[in-house]
Design a protein around this ligand. Sequence first.
Ligand code: ZN
Ligand code: FE
Length: 245
Amino acid sequence: MALKIEMFPALQDNYGFLITDAASGRTAMIDAPEPAAMLRVLDGRRLDFILNTHWHPDHAGGNALIKARTGCAIYGPGEVRRIAPLDHELKPGDVFRLGEAELQVLDLGGHTLSHIGYYSASDTVAFVGDTLFPLGCGRLFEGTPEQMWASLRRIIALPGDTMLYSAHEYTLASLKFAESLEVNTALKARGERARHLRDETLPTVPATVAEELTTNPFLVWPLKEKDLAAQAAKFGELRAAKDRF
Ligand code: ZN
Ligand code: FE
């Protein structure tokens, strides 16, 4: 593993991530949820970059303060400028180099229009922000079901053992919705594991692409449909049902 990942809770139910390239010692925070929590984790270590996934305040709200305190450079999608400074705009298809580690910028629009994710093929990890959660997915605040479904398909196209680092701990709520649809053996086992973890206030993040493919209702049900349009429609139905749940 070239990347060291330190995950920490922030705000109500966010996760922050401090990643370090072992070879160069270069560091980056994925998003800036809460300055106090971020500074605590840094504990005096230098921070080179913030890599934003989207503009929402629980992701980019800490940009200005952390930049002032650490001198880090801020990279992210252009939409972040709505609330926070941005030094370099990233676009899907870009590769961000953290020392010797390479992070591919994924188009994960839907939750917000230009939400992006960061994927390291060599470390088999992806930071997916508010796009996919264990057993759940982000709300469609700006995008359409078609856009979000295309983004989810980019995530599930990654190797099955890719660890997905989601930006919130929403799993127990997502589990209840999943159980309201159908409980199969895989979901039952995953639900039990999740409840045990949360009983001890341990994170259910990260989870693998393979786990989501077998149990996440926002993937399982749409993927039963035969073409893209039907899949996106089914996804949209489920997302709307979850919003009312
Ligand atoms: Zn968000
Ligand atoms: Fe969020």
